[in-house]
Design a protein around this ligand. Structure first.
Ligand SMILES: [Zn+2]
Length: 358
């Protein structure tokens, strides 16, 4: 990696390992990784995702129906993201320890060698070229962004920057989105702290709408300027976290760098450190709000290819609790019409998130 990063102006180390089925595994750390390979999972069958065009919505739908892995029979309580000691049950990361690990998803919606779509479709098909990766934040099975130390959060920002550079350099990739689904309420079955990265062969509709707004005006900076600090929940020298005045989810929070950046790949080391620390504090505040881990969807929105001049990088946390024990469901109005109904005022939620003790 070409970075000389923060913790004690250390350097980010990156080791590349190829799994049995050719999938890449990257080990990132403040320390060089030189542990021996332990037990690897059996090779997965080649993925065959494809795209179909939705003529009413004018957008792609991705299909990733893969054959069941017949030979893969893990023991109960098996976590494929945990480190694997010598003689242990095989896992996705066949090393006894690591800092942050990134590997190609076993069941991807997009793949570099995706086959052409089936010939007999009754509508337009497309090739699902791209990549899907899993980002494992820690060798520890428990924990979350809220409790990772600041050095690890800074490393995570550097990892995202490296993945953006790599994936956006590929001709077939138009947009890259790191994201995290958290909590059983949003369908997460693996509790080991991790996120994902999707590299899309097209700009997906939500992002295309954002990009169109950014082409017209610096909408995010304009909104920040007119909202003042009443919506801020936390901040530091280089980054700020706030409830957007147009929040669609009850305790929605956005985190953005104070200076314009198209993505974390243009951050200085200090900015990466500040940004990581604020992401951690944001999740800690969301968890403190109802005294339980907040289920959420967290998305990183960086510039699609060619939009670097105006698309303002930021992170959106979309939390799914309305109260300590009631979920926010996306029902008829949200799913069927695309219009959100919210019963909590953003300025009130901002005050509560500012006042909670993480
Ligand atoms: Zn685990």
């Amino acid at each position: 990696m070409d970075v000389s990063a923060t913790p004690e102006s250390g350097e980010v180390h990156k080791r590349t390992h190829e799994k049995r089925d050719g999938r890449k595994l990257y080990l990132y750390g403040w320390a060089a990784h030189d542990l021996p390979v332990t037990a690897e999972l059996e090779a997965a069958s080649p993925p065959r995702p494809h795209l179909r065009w939705h003529p009413l919505r004018g957008e792609w739908v991705a299909y990733a129906s893969h054959r069941q892995e017949r030979t893969f029979k893990p023991p109960a309580e098996f976590c494929p993201l945990c480190p694997v000691p010598e003689g242990g049950f095989p896992g996705e990361i066949p090393f006894a320890d690591f800092e942050i690990a990134v590997f190609e998803n076993r069941f991807p919606a997009f793949h570099p060698d995706a086959p052409p779509p089936p010939l007999d479709l009754p509508l337009r098909g497309g090739t699902a070229t791209g990549q899907c990766e899993v980002v494992v934040y820690s060798a520890e099975h428990g924990g979350s962004l809220a409790v990772l130390p600041p050095e690890r959060l800074a490393l995570l920002v550097h990892v995202w920057a490296d993945r953006y550079r790599d994936l956006l350099s590929r001709d077939a990739v138009a947009f890259v989105m790191p994201f995290e689904n958290r909590g059983e309420e949003v369908g997460v079955t693996l509790h080991h702290p991790h996120g994902q990265i999707y590299a899309f062969p097209f700009v997906p509709p939500v992002v295309e709408r954002m990009a169109a707004q950014f082409r017209d005006a610096p909408v995010l900076a304009d909104m920040r300027q007119s909202m003042g600090e009443a919506y801020d929940i936390a901040g530091n020298e280089h980054a700020v976290a706030f409830v957007p005045p147009c929040a669609r989810f009850p305790s929605e929070v956005w985190v953005m760098p104070r200076r314009f950046h198209p993505g974390p790949w243009t951050f200085s080391d200090e900015e990466a450190f500040s940004f990581g620390a604020l992401l951690g504090e944001t999740v800690a505040r969301l968890d403190a709000l109802y005294g339980r881990p907040m289920p959420y969807i967290c998305c990183l929105y960086a510039a699609p290819k060619g939009e670097d001049g105006h698309f303002h990088f930021h992170v959106q946390f979309l939390p799914f609790l309305r109260t300590a024990d009631r979920l926010k469901y996306l029902a008829g109005c949200e799913q069927g019409a695309g219009t959100f109904l919210v019963d909590a005022l953003p300025e009130q939620m901002a005050a509560r998130l500012r006042e909670v003790t993480p």
